[in-house]
Design a protein around this ligand. Structure first.
Ligand code: B12
Ligand code: SF4
Ligand code: SF4
Length: 359
Protein backbone atom coordinates (compact mmCIF):
# COMPACT_ATOMS: atom_id res chain seq x y z
CA UNK A 1 0.00 0.00 0.00
CA UNK A 2 1.23 3.52 -0.74
CA UNK A 3 2.58 5.44 2.28
CA UNK A 4 1.38 8.62 3.88
CA UNK A 5 3.46 11.68 3.00
CA UNK A 6 4.53 12.01 6.65
CA UNK A 7 6.31 8.64 6.49
CA UNK A 8 8.40 9.63 3.50
CA UNK A 9 11.36 11.01 5.37
CA UNK A 10 11.76 7.77 7.31
CA UNK A 11 11.31 5.76 4.11
CA UNK A 12 14.03 7.79 2.36
CA UNK A 13 16.45 7.30 5.23
CA UNK A 14 15.79 3.56 5.43
CA UNK A 15 16.23 3.28 1.65
CA UNK A 16 19.51 5.20 1.83
CA UNK A 17 20.80 2.87 4.53
CA UNK A 18 19.67 -0.19 2.58
CA UNK A 19 21.47 1.16 -0.51
CA UNK A 20 24.70 1.39 1.48
CA UNK A 21 24.86 5.11 2.25
CA UNK A 22 26.39 6.07 5.58
CA UNK A 23 24.44 9.30 5.92
CA UNK A 24 21.26 10.83 4.53
CA UNK A 25 19.23 13.94 5.22
CA UNK A 26 16.74 16.39 3.78
CA UNK A 27 17.41 20.04 2.96
CA UNK A 28 14.86 22.60 1.79
CA UNK A 29 15.29 23.55 -1.88
CA UNK A 30 15.25 27.25 -0.99
CA UNK A 31 18.38 29.38 -1.39
CA UNK A 32 20.74 29.04 1.55
CA UNK A 33 22.80 32.00 2.80
CA UNK A 34 26.07 30.44 1.52
CA UNK A 35 24.82 30.50 -2.07
CA UNK A 36 25.49 34.22 -2.22
CA UNK A 37 29.23 33.42 -2.24
CA UNK A 38 28.96 31.45 -5.45
CA UNK A 39 28.62 34.41 -7.90
CA UNK A 40 31.43 36.18 -6.00
CA UNK A 41 33.62 33.12 -6.41
CA UNK A 42 32.93 32.94 -10.13
CA UNK A 43 33.45 36.70 -10.58
CA UNK A 44 36.82 36.44 -8.84
CA UNK A 45 37.89 33.88 -11.47
CA UNK A 46 38.38 31.12 -8.87
CA UNK A 47 36.77 28.51 -11.13
CA UNK A 48 39.71 28.63 -13.55
CA UNK A 49 38.97 26.75 -16.76
CA UNK A 50 35.95 24.87 -15.31
CA UNK A 51 33.57 26.77 -17.57
CA UNK A 52 30.65 24.45 -16.79
CA UNK A 53 30.45 26.06 -13.34
CA UNK A 54 29.72 29.37 -15.07
CA UNK A 55 26.66 28.14 -17.00
CA UNK A 56 23.95 30.83 -17.13
CA UNK A 57 20.21 30.84 -17.82
CA UNK A 58 18.42 32.92 -20.49
CA UNK A 59 18.48 35.96 -18.22
CA UNK A 60 22.22 35.68 -17.81
CA UNK A 61 22.09 34.54 -14.18
CA UNK A 62 24.39 31.78 -12.96
CA UNK A 63 22.42 28.53 -12.93
CA UNK A 64 24.15 27.19 -9.84
CA UNK A 65 23.44 30.21 -7.71
CA UNK A 66 19.79 29.28 -7.19
CA UNK A 67 17.88 26.01 -7.51
CA UNK A 68 14.77 28.04 -8.36
CA UNK A 69 16.41 28.85 -11.71
CA UNK A 70 17.15 25.32 -12.83
CA UNK A 71 14.52 23.30 -10.97
CA UNK A 72 11.63 25.65 -10.03
CA UNK A 73 9.54 22.60 -9.21
CA UNK A 74 11.98 21.37 -6.53
CA UNK A 75 10.84 21.68 -2.90
CA UNK A 76 13.34 19.43 -1.14
CA UNK A 77 16.81 18.01 -1.69
CA UNK A 78 17.66 14.56 -0.37
CA UNK A 79 21.41 14.42 0.27
CA UNK A 80 23.11 11.04 0.67
CA UNK A 81 26.76 10.49 1.57
CA UNK A 82 28.98 7.44 1.43
CA UNK A 83 32.34 6.90 3.10
CA UNK A 84 35.16 5.98 0.66
CA UNK A 85 38.01 5.76 3.14
CA UNK A 86 40.19 2.64 3.02
CA UNK A 87 42.81 1.38 5.47
CA UNK A 88 45.76 2.98 3.74
CA UNK A 89 48.13 5.68 4.98
CA UNK A 90 47.55 9.40 4.50
CA UNK A 91 49.71 11.29 2.00
CA UNK A 92 51.15 13.22 4.94
CA UNK A 93 52.36 9.92 6.50
CA UNK A 94 54.22 8.62 3.45
CA UNK A 95 57.45 10.46 2.82
CA UNK A 96 58.67 8.57 -0.25
CA UNK A 97 59.39 11.49 -2.62
CA UNK A 98 60.35 9.11 -5.40
CA UNK A 99 56.84 7.76 -5.76
CA UNK A 100 53.74 9.61 -6.83
CA UNK A 101 50.53 10.21 -4.94
CA UNK A 102 47.04 9.57 -6.28
CA UNK A 103 44.34 10.94 -4.05
CA UNK A 104 42.33 8.57 -1.90
CA UNK A 105 39.09 8.91 -3.83
CA UNK A 106 40.67 7.70 -7.08
CA UNK A 107 42.12 4.37 -5.87
CA UNK A 108 38.71 2.78 -6.29
CA UNK A 109 37.79 -0.16 -8.49
CA UNK A 110 34.80 1.74 -9.92
CA UNK A 111 34.33 5.37 -10.87
CA UNK A 112 32.56 6.89 -7.87
CA UNK A 113 30.01 8.66 -10.06
CA UNK A 114 28.62 5.31 -11.13
CA UNK A 115 28.93 3.62 -7.73
CA UNK A 116 27.10 6.49 -5.99
CA UNK A 117 24.51 7.04 -8.72
CA UNK A 118 23.61 3.34 -8.71
CA UNK A 119 22.79 3.60 -5.01
CA UNK A 120 21.07 6.95 -5.37
CA UNK A 121 18.74 5.51 -8.00
CA UNK A 122 17.65 2.87 -5.46
CA UNK A 123 16.70 5.62 -3.01
CA UNK A 124 14.92 7.57 -5.74
CA UNK A 125 12.96 4.45 -6.73
CA UNK A 126 11.95 3.80 -3.11
CA UNK A 127 10.77 7.40 -2.78
CA UNK A 128 8.72 7.26 -5.96
CA UNK A 129 7.20 3.93 -5.02
CA UNK A 130 6.13 5.23 -1.62
CA UNK A 131 4.27 8.28 -2.90
CA UNK A 132 0.50 7.90 -3.38
CA UNK A 133 -0.08 8.68 -7.07
CA UNK A 134 -3.41 10.42 -6.35
CA UNK A 135 -1.69 12.89 -4.02
CA UNK A 136 1.23 13.66 -6.35
CA UNK A 137 0.30 13.06 -9.97
CA UNK A 138 3.13 15.39 -11.10
CA UNK A 139 5.83 13.99 -8.82
CA UNK A 140 9.27 14.96 -10.15
CA UNK A 141 12.64 13.63 -8.98
CA UNK A 142 16.21 13.99 -10.36
CA UNK A 143 19.35 12.30 -9.08
CA UNK A 144 22.82 13.78 -9.46
CA UNK A 145 26.35 12.93 -8.45
CA UNK A 146 28.59 15.90 -9.21
CA UNK A 147 27.05 16.75 -12.54
CA UNK A 148 23.86 18.59 -11.54
CA UNK A 149 23.65 22.39 -11.59
CA UNK A 150 23.83 22.47 -7.81
CA UNK A 151 26.47 23.31 -5.17
CA UNK A 152 26.07 19.99 -3.37
CA UNK A 153 28.01 20.87 -0.24
CA UNK A 154 25.66 23.68 0.74
CA UNK A 155 22.67 21.33 0.62
CA UNK A 156 24.66 18.67 2.50
CA UNK A 157 25.12 21.17 5.33
CA UNK A 158 21.40 21.98 5.48
CA UNK A 159 20.50 18.29 5.30
CA UNK A 160 22.57 17.78 8.47
CA UNK A 161 25.04 15.49 6.67
CA UNK A 162 28.06 17.53 7.76
CA UNK A 163 29.37 21.05 8.14
CA UNK A 164 31.38 22.92 5.51
CA UNK A 165 34.94 22.95 6.85
CA UNK A 166 37.44 25.75 6.35
CA UNK A 167 38.97 23.54 3.64
CA UNK A 168 35.49 23.71 2.01
CA UNK A 169 34.86 19.97 2.46
CA UNK A 170 31.82 18.45 4.16
CA UNK A 171 32.86 16.94 7.48
CA UNK A 172 30.83 14.61 9.68
CA UNK A 173 31.64 14.49 13.37
CA UNK A 174 32.03 10.68 13.48
CA UNK A 175 32.95 9.73 9.92
CA UNK A 176 35.17 12.65 8.89
CA UNK A 177 35.33 14.07 5.36
CA UNK A 178 36.15 11.07 3.12
CA UNK A 179 32.64 11.26 1.75
CA UNK A 180 31.09 11.26 -1.68
CA UNK A 181 27.82 13.13 -1.99
CA UNK A 182 24.76 12.41 -4.10
CA UNK A 183 21.59 14.52 -4.29
CA UNK A 184 17.98 13.85 -5.26
CA UNK A 185 15.91 16.90 -6.10
CA UNK A 186 12.22 16.32 -5.53
CA UNK A 187 8.97 18.23 -5.91
CA UNK A 188 7.88 16.77 -2.55
CA UNK A 189 7.82 19.01 0.49
CA UNK A 190 9.70 16.78 2.95
CA UNK A 191 10.46 17.79 6.54
CA UNK A 192 14.03 19.18 6.55
CA UNK A 193 16.72 18.02 8.95
CA UNK A 194 18.63 20.30 11.30
CA UNK A 195 21.67 21.94 9.60
CA UNK A 196 25.07 20.61 10.72
CA UNK A 197 26.92 22.82 13.17
CA UNK A 198 30.40 24.14 12.24
CA UNK A 199 32.97 22.40 14.45
CA UNK A 200 36.17 23.83 12.97
CA UNK A 201 36.51 26.23 15.89
CA UNK A 202 39.88 28.01 16.02
CA UNK A 203 41.66 25.30 14.00
CA UNK A 204 43.45 26.44 10.81
CA UNK A 205 45.54 23.32 10.04
CA UNK A 206 44.21 22.86 6.51
CA UNK A 207 44.97 26.47 5.56
CA UNK A 208 48.53 26.21 6.88
CA UNK A 209 49.20 22.79 5.32
CA UNK A 210 48.10 23.62 1.77
CA UNK A 211 51.35 23.64 -0.26
CA UNK A 212 50.07 26.06 -2.91
CA UNK A 213 48.15 28.45 -0.61
CA UNK A 214 44.93 27.60 -2.41
CA UNK A 215 42.75 28.22 0.66
CA UNK A 216 42.82 32.00 0.52
CA UNK A 217 40.78 32.39 3.69
CA UNK A 218 38.51 30.07 5.69
CA UNK A 219 35.90 28.51 3.34
CA UNK A 220 37.40 30.16 0.26
CA UNK A 221 39.33 28.08 -2.21
CA UNK A 222 40.94 29.39 -5.39
CA UNK A 223 40.73 26.40 -7.71
CA UNK A 224 43.48 27.87 -9.93
CA UNK A 225 45.97 27.19 -7.14
CA UNK A 226 44.53 23.86 -5.93
CA UNK A 227 46.60 20.78 -6.79
CA UNK A 228 43.41 18.84 -7.30
CA UNK A 229 42.37 21.26 -10.06
CA UNK A 230 45.86 21.47 -11.55
CA UNK A 231 46.33 17.71 -11.78
CA UNK A 232 42.79 16.74 -12.83
CA UNK A 233 40.98 19.62 -14.51
CA UNK A 234 43.69 21.86 -15.95
CA UNK A 235 44.53 21.07 -19.56
CA UNK A 236 47.90 21.87 -21.13
CA UNK A 237 50.90 23.18 -19.22
CA UNK A 238 50.69 23.94 -15.51
CA UNK A 239 51.83 27.48 -14.54
CA UNK A 240 55.52 27.20 -13.64
CA UNK A 241 55.20 29.00 -10.31
CA UNK A 242 52.81 26.29 -9.04
CA UNK A 243 54.76 23.22 -10.19
CA UNK A 244 57.11 22.98 -7.22
CA UNK A 245 54.17 23.15 -4.77
CA UNK A 246 52.57 20.13 -6.46
CA UNK A 247 55.24 17.93 -4.92
CA UNK A 248 54.64 14.32 -5.93
CA UNK A 249 50.90 14.64 -6.57
CA UNK A 250 49.91 13.02 -9.83
CA UNK A 251 46.13 12.98 -9.46
CA UNK A 252 44.16 15.03 -6.93
CA UNK A 253 45.30 16.09 -3.48
CA UNK A 254 44.25 15.12 0.04
CA UNK A 255 46.52 17.24 2.21
CA UNK A 256 43.86 19.59 3.61
CA UNK A 257 41.85 16.53 4.64
CA UNK A 258 44.82 14.42 5.80
CA UNK A 259 45.72 17.06 8.39
CA UNK A 260 42.14 17.59 9.57
CA UNK A 261 41.69 16.41 13.17
CA UNK A 262 38.23 15.09 12.27
CA UNK A 263 39.85 12.52 9.96
CA UNK A 264 42.19 11.14 12.64
CA UNK A 265 39.85 8.29 13.46
CA UNK A 266 37.98 8.10 10.17
CA UNK A 267 36.45 4.61 9.83
CA UNK A 268 37.02 2.47 6.71
CA UNK A 269 34.25 2.02 4.16
CA UNK A 270 32.30 -1.20 3.76
CA UNK A 271 31.51 -0.48 0.09
CA UNK A 272 33.36 -3.01 -2.11
CA UNK A 273 33.58 -0.57 -5.07
CA UNK A 274 36.00 1.64 -3.13
CA UNK A 275 38.61 -1.04 -2.47
CA UNK A 276 41.99 0.31 -3.62
CA UNK A 277 43.20 -1.01 -6.97
CA UNK A 278 46.51 -2.82 -7.02
CA UNK A 279 49.45 -0.45 -7.55
CA UNK A 280 47.62 2.86 -7.21
CA UNK A 281 48.59 3.66 -3.62
CA UNK A 282 51.97 5.38 -3.94
CA UNK A 283 52.60 4.47 -7.60
CA UNK A 284 55.97 4.62 -9.36
CA UNK A 285 56.17 7.94 -11.22
CA UNK A 286 58.33 6.68 -14.08
CA UNK A 287 55.77 3.93 -14.73
CA UNK A 288 53.05 6.58 -15.12
CA UNK A 289 55.20 8.91 -17.23
CA UNK A 290 56.10 6.15 -19.69
CA UNK A 291 52.59 4.72 -19.98
CA UNK A 292 51.49 3.83 -23.51
CA UNK A 293 48.02 4.56 -24.87
CA UNK A 294 47.02 0.89 -24.44
CA UNK A 295 48.43 0.57 -20.93
CA UNK A 296 46.64 3.75 -19.82
CA UNK A 297 43.37 2.47 -21.26
CA UNK A 298 43.77 -0.97 -19.67
CA UNK A 299 45.00 0.22 -16.27
CA UNK A 300 42.39 2.92 -15.78
CA UNK A 301 39.34 1.30 -17.35
CA UNK A 302 36.34 2.50 -15.30
CA UNK A 303 38.58 4.63 -13.05
CA UNK A 304 38.09 8.35 -12.25
CA UNK A 305 41.72 8.83 -13.35
CA UNK A 306 40.55 8.78 -16.99
CA UNK A 307 39.40 12.38 -16.43
CA UNK A 308 42.90 13.85 -16.66
CA UNK A 309 43.57 11.74 -19.74
CA UNK A 310 46.90 10.12 -20.53
CA UNK A 311 48.44 13.48 -21.37
CA UNK A 312 47.54 15.01 -18.00
CA UNK A 313 48.70 12.00 -16.01
CA UNK A 314 52.05 11.86 -17.82
CA UNK A 315 52.50 15.64 -17.39
CA UNK A 316 51.83 15.30 -13.66
CA UNK A 317 54.19 12.33 -13.28
CA UNK A 318 56.95 14.21 -15.07
CA UNK A 319 56.53 17.21 -12.74
CA UNK A 320 56.56 14.83 -9.73
CA UNK A 321 59.93 13.47 -10.96
CA UNK A 322 61.27 17.02 -11.05
CA UNK A 323 60.09 17.54 -7.50
CA UNK A 324 61.51 14.21 -6.27
CA UNK A 325 65.07 15.44 -5.72
CA UNK A 326 66.21 12.15 -7.29
CA UNK A 327 68.68 12.68 -10.12
CA UNK A 328 68.25 9.06 -11.19
CA UNK A 329 65.16 10.27 -13.05
CA UNK A 330 67.28 12.44 -15.37
CA UNK A 331 67.64 9.82 -18.15
CA UNK A 332 63.86 9.12 -18.05
CA UNK A 333 63.18 12.84 -18.35
CA UNK A 334 65.74 13.28 -21.09
CA UNK A 335 63.97 10.62 -23.13
CA UNK A 336 60.70 12.56 -22.70
CA UNK A 337 62.02 15.93 -23.92
CA UNK A 338 61.35 15.05 -27.60
CA UNK A 339 57.90 13.63 -26.69
CA UNK A 340 55.21 14.30 -29.28
CA UNK A 341 52.99 15.69 -26.52
CA UNK A 342 54.26 19.27 -26.11
CA UNK A 343 52.90 19.54 -22.56
CA UNK A 344 54.85 16.44 -21.50
CA UNK A 345 57.96 17.69 -23.30
CA UNK A 346 57.73 21.14 -21.68
CA UNK A 347 57.24 19.60 -18.23
CA UNK A 348 60.22 17.26 -18.81
CA UNK A 349 62.48 20.24 -19.62
CA UNK A 350 61.34 22.01 -16.46
CA UNK A 351 61.91 18.92 -14.30
CA UNK A 352 65.39 18.32 -15.71
CA UNK A 353 66.34 21.90 -14.95
CA UNK A 354 64.99 21.56 -11.42
CA UNK A 355 66.92 18.35 -10.74
CA UNK A 356 70.14 19.76 -12.24
CA UNK A 357 69.94 22.80 -9.95
CA UNK A 358 70.19 20.41 -7.00
CA UNK A 359 73.87 19.76 -7.70
C1 B12 B 1 34.31 22.01 -9.01
C2 B12 B 1 34.61 20.97 -7.96
C3 B12 B 1 35.93 20.87 -7.52
C4 B12 B 1 36.98 21.90 -7.84
C5 B12 B 1 36.76 23.15 -6.94
C6 B12 B 1 36.61 22.79 -5.46
C7 B12 B 1 35.89 23.82 -4.62
N1 B12 B 1 36.21 23.86 -3.33
O1 B12 B 1 35.03 24.53 -5.10
C8 B12 B 1 38.30 21.12 -7.55
C9 B12 B 1 38.76 20.46 -8.83
C10 B12 B 1 39.44 21.94 -6.98
C11 B12 B 1 37.78 20.06 -6.60
C12 B12 B 1 38.59 19.41 -5.69
C13 B12 B 1 38.14 18.42 -4.83
N2 B12 B 1 36.92 17.85 -4.84
CO1 B12 B 1 35.42 18.53 -5.88
N3 B12 B 1 33.83 19.15 -6.69
C14 B12 B 1 33.59 20.14 -7.46
C15 B12 B 1 32.08 20.22 -7.78
C16 B12 B 1 31.83 19.57 -9.14
C17 B12 B 1 31.49 21.64 -7.74
C18 B12 B 1 31.92 22.45 -6.47
C19 B12 B 1 31.53 23.89 -6.56
O2 B12 B 1 30.45 24.22 -6.98
N4 B12 B 1 32.44 24.76 -6.18
C20 B12 B 1 32.19 26.16 -6.17
C21 B12 B 1 32.57 26.74 -4.83
C22 B12 B 1 32.19 28.21 -4.76
O3 B12 B 1 31.82 26.04 -3.91
P1 B12 B 1 32.42 25.45 -2.56
O4 B12 B 1 33.87 25.38 -2.52
O5 B12 B 1 31.65 24.22 -2.30
O6 B12 B 1 32.14 26.71 -1.68
C23 B12 B 1 30.99 26.99 -1.00
C24 B12 B 1 31.25 27.13 0.48
O7 B12 B 1 32.63 27.15 0.79
C25 B12 B 1 30.56 28.42 0.82
N5 B12 B 1 30.86 29.00 2.09
C26 B12 B 1 30.41 28.39 3.18
N6 B12 B 1 30.69 29.16 4.23
C27 B12 B 1 31.33 30.26 3.81
C28 B12 B 1 31.82 31.34 4.53
C29 B12 B 1 32.48 32.36 3.85
C30 B12 B 1 33.00 33.51 4.64
C31 B12 B 1 32.66 32.27 2.45
C32 B12 B 1 33.36 33.34 1.73
C33 B12 B 1 32.17 31.13 1.74
C34 B12 B 1 31.47 30.17 2.44
O8 B12 B 1 30.62 29.23 -0.34
C35 B12 B 1 30.59 28.40 -1.48
C36 B12 B 1 29.28 28.36 -2.20
O9 B12 B 1 28.81 29.52 -2.63
C37 B12 B 1 31.48 19.36 -6.59
C38 B12 B 1 30.17 18.63 -6.92
C39 B12 B 1 29.00 19.60 -6.87
N7 B12 B 1 28.18 19.55 -7.90
O10 B12 B 1 28.84 20.34 -5.94
C40 B12 B 1 32.66 18.39 -6.28
C41 B12 B 1 32.88 18.00 -4.81
C42 B12 B 1 32.77 19.26 -3.99
N8 B12 B 1 34.26 17.54 -4.81
C43 B12 B 1 34.49 16.55 -3.99
C44 B12 B 1 35.77 16.00 -3.73
C45 B12 B 1 35.80 14.63 -3.06
C46 B12 B 1 36.93 16.71 -4.07
C47 B12 B 1 38.38 16.42 -3.62
C48 B12 B 1 38.50 15.86 -2.22
C49 B12 B 1 39.03 15.46 -4.65
C50 B12 B 1 40.52 15.26 -4.45
N9 B12 B 1 40.94 14.51 -3.47
O11 B12 B 1 41.31 15.81 -5.17
C51 B12 B 1 39.01 17.82 -3.77
C52 B12 B 1 38.87 18.64 -2.48
C53 B12 B 1 39.50 19.99 -2.57
C54 B12 B 1 38.84 20.99 -1.65
N10 B12 B 1 39.51 21.38 -0.58
O12 B12 B 1 37.71 21.40 -1.94
C55 B12 B 1 33.22 16.14 -3.27
C56 B12 B 1 33.25 16.71 -1.84
C57 B12 B 1 32.90 15.77 -0.73
C58 B12 B 1 33.06 16.44 0.61
N11 B12 B 1 33.31 15.65 1.64
O13 B12 B 1 32.96 17.62 0.74
C59 B12 B 1 32.10 16.78 -4.20
C60 B12 B 1 30.83 17.21 -3.46
C61 B12 B 1 31.78 15.71 -5.28
C62 B12 B 1 30.83 14.62 -4.77
N12 B12 B 1 29.69 14.47 -5.41
O14 B12 B 1 31.11 13.90 -3.85
N13 B12 B 1 36.43 19.89 -6.72
S1 SF4 C 1 43.35 19.81 -2.08
FE1 SF4 C 1 45.54 20.21 -1.72
S2 SF4 C 1 46.02 22.00 -2.97
FE2 SF4 C 1 43.77 21.87 -2.84
S3 SF4 C 1 43.24 23.17 -1.10
FE3 SF4 C 1 43.52 21.12 -0.27
S4 SF4 C 1 45.68 21.02 0.36
FE4 SF4 C 1 45.45 22.79 -0.99
S1 SF4 D 1 41.74 21.17 9.45
FE1 SF4 D 1 40.72 22.33 11.06
S2 SF4 D 1 39.98 24.21 10.06
FE2 SF4 D 1 40.47 22.75 8.46
S3 SF4 D 1 38.55 21.71 8.01
FE3 SF4 D 1 39.60 20.46 9.56
S4 SF4 D 1 38.85 21.21 11.55
FE4 SF4 D 1 38.30 22.74 10.00
Amino acid sequence: MASKISDLKAIVKRAAEAAGFDLAGIAPASDAAELKYFPEWIAAGHAGEMKYLEARDDRGDLKRSSLARVAPWARSVVVCAINYNTENPYSTQVRDAERGWISRYAWSQDDYHEAVLRRLKQVEAALRQAVPAEQHPALTTRSYVDTGPIVERIFAKYAGVGWIGKNTCIIHQKIGSWLFLGVILTSLELTPDVPAQDRCGTCTRCIEACPTDAILAPYQLDANRCISYLTIEKRGSIPEELRAGMGRHVFGCDICQDVCPWNRKAPATSAPEFTAREGLVNPAVDWLAKMSVEEFRETFRGSPIRRTKRSGLRRNAVIAMGNSGNRQFLPVLEALVPDEDETVADSARWSMERLRKLL
